[in-house]
Design a protein around this ligand. Structure first.
Ligand code: ZN
Length: 323
């Protein structure tokens, strides 16, 4: 393997003053723009353009910001959706807890609002919390999407309808009826890159490690994940995670070797003393160092380019075997 594509992504949430105090996102819109620009500056120092998944309400307030970033080589054609905090709160469920009809309705309404802010349709999708069920991909294709970053392989977070055990780890065409598998849809999914060698458990999304046998864990909001390269963790060993992810990638030898990491717009990436900003730098340094040690060239790119490559390959579906 002589090169690995590196895709920095960010989920862009509305200001929590307009959604819910416990939701992810910046406190206010001004901080939101500052944190987005800070993330672009930090990732730019490592040669990485950014792929932004944008919640519909954000486009109405900050459409000009993202149109500008799109002109500067970032991928901004991506919709992000937490069904429960969308608009008037009609959908009392996480995305993966919606029926097929409600997925279609929530996405259609989201597309409409997103389009009003951006002046064009979203082409890529990421569900909030990677909450998803098997209706998702076919509905996305029906509504004109050509790709997304919809899965976090190995995540087990039942309360959020986010279960991705056994999911395909590398960029692939999605399956119309079984979300973990490679399929033949005209839809490319780019999973978040994870280190399959160990797991960590947290309470909800505070990214602080817990003992899975603790009383808090028994309350039922435990998220169990493989480690990944997001800067949000409170206690991650980024060098070890990057080394493991790249060694596993070399072993799997996919046709489009990709490292994809995520974060949100709720940390100040203009402040090098901010814990998450400092971790972002550690994470990107670890990726670059691991590549260099293996004579691999890291190539910064965006989701749309990864999707182009996936969709240029013929479908690679495992033939049916009866036993
Ligand atoms: Zn989100």
């Amino acid at each position: 393997m002589d090169k690995i594509y590196v895709v920095a992504t960010m989920d862009v949430e509305p200001a929590t003053s307009t959604t819910h105090p416990s939701a992810t996102g910046p406190d206010n819109w001004e901080d939101g723009e500052k944190f987005v620009r800070g993330y672009v500056a930090r990732t730019g120092e490592f040669g990485l353009p950014v792929t932004f998944f944008i919640h519909p309400e954000v486009t109405v307030v900050q459409g000009d910001l993202f149109i500008e970033l799109g002109k500067n080589g970032h991928c901004v054609d991506c919709l992000h959706l937490h069904a429960w905090k969308f608009r008037d709160g009609k959908y009392k469920a996480h995305f993966g807890g919606l029926s097929e009809n409600d997925i279609r309705a929530a996405l259609s309404e989201s597309i409409s609002m997103w389009q009003s802010g951006m002046g064009r349709r979203p082409l890529y999708f990421r569900p909030g919390t990677f909450s998803a069920n098997d209706f998702m991909y076919q509905v996305l294709v029906d509504l004109g999407f050509r790709g997304g970053s919809c899965s976090l392989p190995g995540r087990i977070w039942p309360r959020m309808n986010a279960i991705w055990t056994g999911a395909e780890p590398d960029p692939h065409r999605a399956h119309p009826i079984f979300r973990q598998l490679i399929g033949d849809l005209e839809f490319a999914n780019m999973p978040v890159s994870v280190d399959f060698s160990s797991r960590t458990a947290t309470i909800g999304s505070n990214f602080q490690k817990i003992d899975p046998n603790s009383p808090e864990a028994a309350k039922g909001n435990t998220a169990s994940n493989h480690w990944d390269l997001r800067p949000d963790w409170q206690d991650a060993d980024y060098s070890r995670i990057a080394d493991n992810i790249i060694d596993q990638l070399i072993d799997r030898a996919p046709s489009i070797p990709t490292i994809n990491f995520i974060t949100h717009n709720d940390n100040d990436h203009t402040n090098l003393d901010d814990r998450v900003c400092a971790n972002l730098i550690k994470s990107m340094e670890a990726i670059m160092k691991s590549c260099e040690a293996r004579n691999i060239t890291p190539v910064g790119t965006t989701l749309d380019k990864i999707c182009d490559m996936v969709l240029a390959e013929p479908p690679n579906v495992v033939p049916f075997i009866h036993a």
